[in-house]
Design a binder for this molecule. Structure first.
Ligand code: FAD
Length: 490
């Protein structure tokens, strides 16, 4: 009989791991608490409008391609991709915005218009970022973080100084114009920490941004979830929704079974793609690898206040991805990471996917997703949400020169309360544990439990970190780790 693996959750990391494990010959069953699969990448449909609830930026297309290639497939077997041009637009104030083109040569020309000599500096910066990207993909991010020796090689050692220098200080050595600095610091925000706390090595995200480009799967990011689900089903993975794991039963150093709202499920191996702290809270205390004190001290990626809005018109002067960086990031970052509070003048992000994809909004109308990054665990009330919705709409009206308030057909909001109730997210974090110097590789929570030999973890709280591509990679790494320790049992 094949080894039976139960996987908690149907986010990207779980779906990825499920495919790899099924291919290796394990019997795999996913238990997902929600009706819809995809975890943080679920979809909202309303009155003909389509919204991606979570991720909207499709970056690092090579990671997605490589995943499907591992199964003899290509992304185009499942969805069609469009490279966005502009990749995104950044507002710095009224009548002051920059559109980032879809290729480095034109981006350099845009930089040069703003700061003399910056095109050449950008070329040099991206050359270095390209080398780091190659090292990251080939020598670092696909390693399980079991021990430091996995990543020690001459070329990685040469990069060590970049781990002790921040991306902020590196960027400031190259550029002076505050707008260029904001653009260059933007990609590492995906890693969940502020640029002054993120190692310069992660400038490989700038390579991902400017060289690899920003893509859009037709129909939205949820099409990618559907692709993963279809592949998993073709590999005979059983996927059950509306099943919530309520406790994990262990004896000795082995998990025996999980108890759910729909009965008990026995397993030989248990893998959780759900938030780590939540999964461990389902275990008797003596079986937990990390205490609540441990989690409390960690730097979590931000939570977010999100709005999904149906507009009764097409919007002008905005792009598919539009960043409103028209306020100072320092006080906002302080409110997220240092003195946790609601920000006074938040930066925010808006997505209008209907601009490039007619499947996302009805004819003549626009679907808009708005995101304000905030500290986890803040007070979350309807009044606060309304206050920030008004701030956002006022600012967009001013920046983009159009009236919007009387064109809103509906708005739905999503914040800390939903992150907790929908995903059992620790303090309502949106995308896991930040990639700081002290939360990289072996310093991240382990893929394998320290107490239970057949309990594993995957996803944005483990290696390599937050984001869809890292979650997919984490699913691959954990499947290899499981195989390493349990192959003989198949
Ligand atoms: C608002 C937002 C915007 C983002 N934007 C981007 C972006 O533009 N680009 C990008 O690459 N990444 C982005 N991310 C990050 C990315 O979405 C995540 O890193 C990734 O989807 C996480 O996948 P995961 O498998 O680790 O976890 P999850 O997606 O959280 O999956 C965990 C699953 O476990 C389930 N679960 C929890 N507890 C239980 C239980 N007890 N029993 C059963 N099931 C359970 C949950 O319901 C969930 O489905 C964004 C995230 C958010 C929230």
């Amino acid at each position: 009989m094949n080894q039976k693996v139960i996987i908690i959750g149907a986010g990207f990391s779980s779906l990825s791991a499920a495919c790899y494990l099924a291919k290796k010959g394990y019997e795999v069953q996913i238990l997902e608490k929600n009706e819809q699969l995809g975890g943080r990448a679920r979809q909202l449909k309303r009155d003909g409008f389509t919204f991606d609830i979570g991720p909207t930026f499709y970056w690092m297309p090579d990671v997605f391609e490589s995943f499907f290639n591992d199964f003899g497939k290509n992304t185009k077997d499942y969805y069609s991709l469009k490279k966005l041009n502009p990749a995104y637009q950044v507002y710095f104030g009224k009548n002051d915005s920059i559109s980032i083109p879809d290729n480095l040569e034109e981006i350099k020309a845009e930089f040069e218009k703003i700061e003399k000599g910056s095109a050449q500096k950008l070329a040099k910066f991206i050359d270095n970022a390209a080398e780091n990207y190659s090292i990251a993909i080939n020598d670092l991010v696909y390693k399980p973080g079991e021990n430091i020796f996995e990543i020690i090689e001459l070329k990685t050692l040469k990069r060590l100084p970049l781990f002790f220098k921040s991306i902020k200080s590196q960027v400031s050595q190259y550029f002076r114009d505050p707008r260029l600095i904001k653009i260059m610091e933007f990609p590492v925000l995906f890693l969940g920490a502020k640029p002054s706390n993120t190692p310069a090595f992660y400038n490989f995200m700038n390579y991902a941004d400017f060289a690899l480009g920003t893509w859009h799967p037709e129909g939205g990011m949820y099409k990618v979830v559907e692709a993963f689900v279809n592949l998993a089903k073709d590999l005979n993975v059983r996927i059950e929704n509306n099943i919530s794991v309520e406790s994990i039963i262990a004896e000795g150093n082995q998990v025996q079974k999980v108890r759910t709202n729909k009965g008990e499920f026995e397993c030989d191996i248990l893998l959780s793609g759900a938030d780590y702290a939540h999964t461990e809270s389902l275990l008797d205390k003596k079986f937990r690898s990390y205490s609540f004190n441990y989690w409390n001290k960690k730097t979590f990626a931000p939570s977010a206040l999100l709005f999904y809005v149906g507009f009764d018109k097409k919007l002008k002067n905005v792009s598919h991805h539009t960043l409103f960086f028209d306020t100072d990031f320092a006080p906002h970052a302080d409110a997220i990471y240092d003195n946790m509070r609601w920000p006074e003048k938040p930066l925010f992000y808006a997505s209008f996917p209907g601009i490039t994809d007619s499947l996302m909004s009805p004819m003549g109308k626009e679907s808009g997703v708005f995101l304000i990054p905030i500290a986890p665990d803040l007070e979350d009330t309807p009044e606060i949400r309304k206050k920030y919705f008004d701030i956002i709409i006022d600012r967009i009206e001013i920046m983009t020169h159009q009236k919007l308030k009387n064109k809103i057909l509906f708005q739905e909001s999503y914040c800390i309360k939903e992150f907790v109730s929908d995903y059992n997210s620790y303090k309502g974090n949106a995308y896991g544990l930040a990639n700081t110097i002290w939360q990289t590789h072996i310093l991240r929570p382990k893929l394998r439990s320290k107490k239970l030999k057949n309990l594993y973890f995957a996803g944005q709280l483990t290696v390599p970190g937050p984001g869809v591509p890292p979650s997919i990679i984490s699913g691959k790494i954990v499947s290899e780790l499981i195989h390493k320790y349990h192959e003989r049992d198949i």
